[in-house]
Design a protein around this ligand. Structure first.
Ligand SMILES: *[C@@H]1O[C@H](CO)[C@@H](O)[C@H](O)[C@H]1NC(C)=O
Ligand SMILES: *[C@@H]1O[C@H](CO)[C@@H](O)[C@H](O)[C@H]1NC(C)=O
Length: 465
């Protein structure tokens, strides 16, 4: 999708982030929060997810009944080692605790339940600042435990951060930096850990706060990610000249800029969004200055706004349109917060907290949305999520010739060099798939960009590794 003023040259300069099969595409899932006393049983929830084409779920614990209900559904699951109790402290202090935890909360459920990530803590710097020095050691022990059980390749370890991991200012995005008290003590070791283990940074991002608190500075379209074209009020980062169409992207690029400033540029560590969403109703009076009515007279927290925000988000990810102005090739796995309205969250003056759900507890939708959405206007290529894979039947000689062609003509083949992260499995078809898919994605899935004289073909389901 072309952005006005978009510096196309960046596309050619920045490496792509791909997994080793070259098959990684972004995915949109939901946060399965359960702070409620009226939710359906986990088995019904698993069916609800499947009926609605929801293929990825973030849990805030590792409840065995929920994990059992997600078995054999193919749904990818992020489990959590919670802030609560002494879990995080124990995991930091004791490799044996971490190993026990991983055995019973991860290994015991694999492979039937497709756990692909462990969130160690949640918004630790905000919720439990005293645990700050324990966080990276806990992540490292959980990773070591996964490694010892042979699971580290399939299950990534990260820690969802609140946006306040950044200091002021966070706009323009290029000016953003990690908070001074966190940058060197925690963020550098965390980023080094994430790079070493092939994992990703994770942030919980809620653009509606900026809209709600600064209605004069932040337009509704920008906050909701409405792609207004032509845009009468483009938001420009004056330092870089980059033009923003959505506040979520500006927030993601603020994180990217902070990572860049620490030497973790494009291609080193990715960024996923472990929570984002929009309340469909309610008020927030405990945060000073949050109005319920925007400058144009419309309610800030409404079904229309929640629906627009989440629909825009789902469409973007399903269309493979996840790049940002600063990282045009960025992936974005994202979890919509939340699956259900949760009646035991902030009531009374903070009832927006109860109104983030896509569904009511009776499993009817709060508003219409579609996780099966495909497509959009294509610029000659396909906006539908698709991947290019090697046709093993072509034989190694033809695949090798096509592989050499792709690498010489713009595919990013750095990952399959000897010793690089995607060198294994060291087979011609695996290397060819990596190169072909890079070439195909870089050509925006154009017709003919996945042919290689019959040595490749397009698939519409993400190939498994
Ligand atoms: C870990 O967290 C769970 C869920 O919050 C809690 O029930 C348990 O007591 C905690 N365990 C430890 C060792 O802190
Ligand atoms: C589900 O719950 C919502 C909110 O309480 C209500 O408006 C709706 O009518 C209910 N739907 C059904 C089918 O019971």
């Amino acid at each position: 999708m072309a952005l006005p003023g978009f510096p196309v040259v960046l596309l050619a300069l920045l490496p792509l982030l791909f997994s080793c099969t070259g098959a990684e595409a972004s995915e949109v899932g939901v946060c399965y929060g359960r702070v409620a006393n009226d939710l359906p049983d986990p088995a019904s929830v698993a069916q609800l997810l499947q009926r609605n084409g929801i293929t990825m779920v973030r849990m805030f614990d590792a409840d065995p009944a929920v994990l059992a209900s997600l078995a054999n559904t193919g749904i990818k699951v992020m489990v959590a080692l919670p802030n609560e109790g002494d879990n995080l402290t124990s995991a930091a202090a004791s490799p044996a605790f971490a190993l026990d935890w991983v055995r019973s909360n991860v290994a015991a459920h694999l492979p039937a339940t497709r756990i692909h990530a462990v969130a160690v803590g949640n918004e630790v710097f905000y919720a439990r600042p005293e645990l700050m020095p324990r966080l990276v050691p806990a992540m490292a022990n959980v990773h070591a435990a996964l490694d010892a059980l042979g699971l580290a390749g399939d299950v990534k370890v990260t820690s969802p951060l609140a946006f306040d991991v950044l200091g002021d200012p966070t706009f323009p995005p290029s000016a953003a930096r990690f908070r001074g008290d966190l940058a060197e003590p925690v963020m550098r070791p965390m980023l080094e850990f994430l790079r070493r283990t092939g994992s990703y940074l994770a942030v919980n991002a809620y653009p509606f706060w900026a809209y709600a608190t600064q209605p004069g500075d932040v337009s509704r379209d920008f906050a909701l990610g409405n792609d207004v074209d032509p845009n009468p009020n483009p938001v420009v980062d004056g330092r870089t000249g980059l033009v923003y169409r959505s506040l979520l992207d500006a927030e993601r690029d603020a994180m990217h800029a902070a990572m860049d400033a620490m030497g973790f540029g494009a291609g080193s560590v990715g960024l996923h969004v472990t929570e984002t969403g929009y309340p469909s109703a309610g008020r927030s009076y405990s945060v000073a200055g949050v109005p319920t009515v925007a400058k144009d007279g419309s309610p800030v927290f409404s079904v229309a706004n929640a629906r627009a925000y989440n629909t825009n988000l789902i469409r973007r990810v399903r269309a493979g349109d996840t790049g940002t102005p600063l990282r045009p090739d960025a992936d974005m796995d994202v979890y919509v917060f939340a699956l259900f309205n949760e009646n035991l969250k902030g009531a009374g003056p903070d009832d927006i907290e109860q109104n983030f759900g896509l569904f009511y507890p009776n499993m009817t939708k709060v508003y219409d949305f579609d996780f099966n959405f495909h497509g959009g206007a294509g610029g000659g290529g396909s906006d539908q999520a698709s991947w290019c894979v090697a046709n093993a039947a072509a034989g190694d000689a033809r695949l090798q010739a096509a592989l050499d062609y792709a690498c010489a003509n713009g595919a990013d083949c750095s990952g399959i060099r000897s010793g690089a992260a995607c060198f294994e499995p060291d087979t011609v078809p695996a290397h060819a798939s990596h190169a072909f898919n890079s070439y195909y994605q870089r050509n925006r899935r154009a017709n003919g960009a996945c042919d290689f004289a019959g040595a490749a073909y397009v698939v519409y389901q993400q190939p498994s590794e």
